[in-house]
Design a protein around this ligand. Structure first.
Ligand code: PGA
Length: 260
């Protein structure tokens, strides 16, 4: 239960920053957030693959964790264009983002592939940041909770509570709320979904572990809704896109939610 009180805050820079852009972003971020301890906030950045090695060097002595945006489930093999967990471990990656809406809906990743990726990340001792969320059509049909249950139950069907306890984070990111065309979520809708997600996690992993898994919210998070969303006890952190791609904005939002 203790773990969920900690704040989780980070960004995925999608396909926007080159190595040079990422290096500059991270240098500024390390400088701006050097006084924030991991107990105050678990900070993380998820840049593009090509920038990961440079990013790792810059983050080495910082309190900011480094993530990758995707990963293959196999350690090696005939998988042209893929990056394996072994390769990410070699760089020193802490977190692997799995099943982001753009992976699922632009590149056709299935729930079953997502499951294999979550298992591979955990097997290699990296934190799996499992992204789940319903589309607008599913929301309009009022089957959002069923969709979230299916995504969670498929991805976690073979995960042990003892592993999940240490190496699993969830990000609830409704597809219709993400990106420039996304609609910011209402507090009441977010509360209902996060409550449901928590109950499914308890169902799958048991009371203790189910309650301890950090569940973040993502999708059009901004300075206006960040604090409102975090006032829900079932929302343990924020996974931010556009609003955090400048170090000064990342830092400003972080201090706003920490109220410092
Ligand atoms: P956004 O992206 O904050 O720009 O909507 C969120 C995400 O894709 O994680």
């Amino acid at each position: 239960m203790e773990e969920t009180k900690k704040l989780y805050f980070g960004t995925n820079t999608k396909m926007y920053k080159t190595i040079a852009d990422t290096t500059k972003f991270i240098e500024e971020l390390v400088e701006a957030t050097h006084d924030i301890s991991p107990e105050q906030a678990r900070l993380f950045v998820i840049p593009s693959f090509t920038a990961l090695a440079e990013a790792q060097k810059k983050l080495n002595d910082s309190n900011i964790m480094l993530g990758a945006q995707n990963m293959c489930w196999e350690d090696e093999g005939e998988y042209t264009g893929e990056i394996s967990p072994v390769m990410l471990k070699e760089i020193g990656i802490d977190i692997v983002e799995i099943g982001h809406s753009e992976r699922r809906h632009v590149f056709g990743e299935t729930d079953y592939q997502v499951k294999k990726k979550v298992e591979a990340a955990i097997r290699h001792g990296m934190t799996a940041l499992l992204c789940i969320g319903e589309t607008k059509e599913q929301k309009d049909c009022n089957i959002q909770d069923e969709i979230l249950s299916i995504q969670l139950k498929t991805a976690l069907s073979s995960i042990k509570s003892t592993d999940a306890d240490k190496l699993l984070w969830i990000a609830y990111e409704p597809v219709w709320a993400i990106g420039v065309n996304g609609t910011p979520i209402s507090k009441s809708y977010a509360t209902k979904r996060h409550k449901h997600i928590r109950s499914v996690l308890v169902d799958i992993l048991g009371e203790e572990t189910g309650c301890s898994i950090p569940v973040l919210y993502g999708g059009s998070v901004n300075m206006d809704n960040a604090r409102i969303l975090l006032s829900d006890p079932n929302i343990n952190g924020l996974f931010v896109g556009r609003s955090a791609w400048e170090a000064k904005n990342f830092n400003k939002m972080l201090r706003h939610i920490l109220e410092i």
